[in-house]
Design a protein around this ligand. Structure first.
Ligand code: SAH
Length: 562
């Protein structure tokens, strides 16, 4: 697991996407590397100028560009003045960037590098990281999406392999989907703006927000007029955050219209509520938990239910790798449950499930974690039982227990914690629930709490004016606690702190839903206080080495050695 508090040494490069249209890029040299640099510059809309004496062998692609006048060739050695005379007039003829391809040991390379630094011209010298002010990335592009990778000069082969693997992992048409979602977002903002629903600028055009704001999942209640006005934009953000990429890329403009219309009018769009006559097979319903996130944490029973269902109604939080296990032929619906419309989404699903059951289909209601732990499982059980279909209920590994485990927090520990309390940070209709009293030997896990973290911490550590004084013990500010987000997913994050500093830490880190808060002395059993206000750990390695993959590789290596 990588901790972001203990990475001293090398500075992190500032990775940017440069608009270099019509800039002048000087390329010193005419070999194959120069040709590659030239191709990149041209692709980005810049105007490359090659500097190389007439006597050198010009790479054939460069020769083609020169012949077609896309690229200018200055047929001589580099001269210092080139940096200040070959550029665009509007920037006083200073060139915009310089690529030196002569090699690290060539004396001209270090000379040009220091001249450029003095003139603040970005310079790149092939194979000489010390002489560069910037390096190029191994890139993958799909429409408006561009992914860049650098290994900070440690191994370009790995960078290009990573690029290939990332590209293979991404669904095709992702670029087009990003275009489509971007257009919808702009349209919604324009409509909201024209109707006077918002006077805020269209935010978030930059891609550099590390995660969601810590308020991302704040509940929108009917009385919260301001938030309700821009509800559709918020729902769009939720779709982008939670839907599996595979589903996002296949979304059409018509789908988007339907989703957004459904909720702006408050009407369900379900068209399948009619009963078909002549049912020969009675429908069956399974209510199953899918665990905290990692597909290996599914039970075999739930896995079998996934394989055998005709139709799957999945909660928004059911993670993409679990949804990926669903056979392609199976009909899947993901709950349109966003902050502020939980009841409507729930009703829509119940009706869809019922309609399918009446058609004699096998329905799987797939829930995140465990279905009976803040999953409204029993409500659904009652509903379907009332309609004559008794559900089979399958447990799931709950995030309440597994998130703390994957953050190295034992829920109980001899001499430290002898009890566990699981509670919610959000009451019905967004009301604040009664905070638990301080029990020194208790581990408390708060689900659905991070969107109102500061109010929750405040209520744990101080008593309110309306309360009977001393009616409950308050939690000391130095009580250790941890926020665990996306437990068991590759982007799991743990923020360790104390009740005193956790809000500040979370605001600085931003939110990465879903996440929960663990409070109690048990947080310090395996990770003691380290003298800092907080520490952040990124990544999930809790199941590493358990899959067959590693073994398969070692077998292959052993075979090769024989
Ligand atoms: N039935 C689920 C809980 C549903 S309530 C279960 O048993 O896990 C939804 C809340 O669960 C979220 O707000 C969050 O607090 C928590 N949660 C769900 N998955 C999580 C995960 N992978 N990591 C951390 N918290 C998670």
């Amino acid at each position: 697991m990588k901790s972001t508090t203990d990475t001293p040494g090398a500075a992190v490069p500032l990775m940017t996407a440069w608009n270099v249209e019509s800039q002048i890029h000087l390329i010193i040299g005419a070999n194959s590397l120069a040709a590659a640099r030239c191709a990149k510059s041209l692709e980005a809309g810049a105007q490359p100028v090659i500097i190389a004496p007439e006597t050198v062998d010009v790479h054939f692609t460069l020769a083609e560009h020169i012949a077609s006048e896309k690229v200018q060739w200055v047929r001589r050695d580099f001269q210092d003045d080139d940096l200040k005379t070959l550029g665009r007039e509007e920037v006083d003829r200073v060139v915009d960037a310089v690529f030196v391809t002569l090699g690290a040991t060539h004396p001209t390379s270090s000379h040009i590098s220091s001249l450029c630094r003095r003139l603040r011209i970005p310079v790149n010298v092939t194979d000489a990281p010390d002489l560069c002010t910037f390096t190029l990335l191994s890139t993958y592009s799909d429409g408006p999406l561009h992914i860049g990778i650098t290994t900070s000069g440690r191994g370009c082969k790995i960078a290009s392999r990573l690029r290939r693997e990332i590209a293979a992992f991404l669904p095709s048409n992702l670029g087009a989907a990003i275009d489509r979602l971007g257009a919808v977002r702009r349209r919604l903002w324009e409509e909201d703006h024209a109707a006077g629903r918002t006077d805020a600028a269209l935010e978030g055009d930059d891609d550099d927000i590390i995660g969601q704001k810590h308020t991302f999942n704040t509940l929108v209640t009917e009385d919260d007029v301001a938030a309700a006005k821009t509800r559709r934009t918020r729902w769009l953000s939720q779709i982008c955050e939670y839907w599996p990429l595979r589903k996002l890329v296949s979304i059409t403009d018509a789908d988007m219209d339907e989703i957004l219309k459904a909720y702006s009018s408050g009407q369900s769009q379900d068209s399948e509520t009619h009963i078909t006559n002549g049912i020969s097979k009675k429908g069956k319903i399974v209510l199953a938990g899918s665990g905290p996130g990692h597909p290996d944490l599914l039970t075999r029973a739930t896995y079998n239910a996934i394989q055998n269902a005709d139709i799957i109604l999945a909660d928004k939080l059911v993670p993409a790798p679990v949804l990926d296990l669903i056979p392609r032929r199976t009909e899947v619906h993901i709950a349109r449950k966003f902050p502020g419309n939980a009841d409507q989404a729930q009703e829509e699903f119940l009706q869809m499930g019922l309609a399918a059951l009446r058609k004699g289909r096998q329905v799987l209601r797939l829930k995140q974690g465990d279905p009976y732990l803040y999953g409204r499982g029993a409500e659904e059980f009652e509903f379907f039982r009332g309609e004559g279909y008794i559900p089979i209920v399958l447990p799931g590994i709950t995030s309440a227990m597994s998130a703390s485990l994957f953050a190295d927090i034992p829920a109980t520990h001899r001499g430290v914690s002898d009890q566990v309390l699981v509670c919610t940070g959000t009451g019905r209709k967004g009301a604040a629930p009664q905070p638990p009293t301080y029990v020194p030997t208790q581990t408390v896990v708060f689900l659905m709490a991070l969107h109102r973290l500061s109010a929750l911490i405040e209520s744990l550590t101080t008593s309110s004016a309306e309360e009977v004084p001393n009616s409950r013990a308050l939690w000391p500010k130095e009580t250790p606690c941890a926020i665990v987000e996306r437990a068991s997913c590759p982007d799991q994050r743990v923020v360790r702190s104390t009740l005193e500093h956790i809000c500040q830490a979370f605001e600085a880190a931003g939110s990465r839903p879903p996440g929960l808060l663990v409070v109690g002395a048990s947080c310090h059993v395996l990770h003691g206080a380290n003298g800092q206000k907080w520490a952040i750990e990124e990544g999930f390695s809790g199941l590493d080495g358990l899959s067959g993959e590693v073994d398969a590789i070692s077998v292959a290596l052993n075979e090769a050695e024989k």
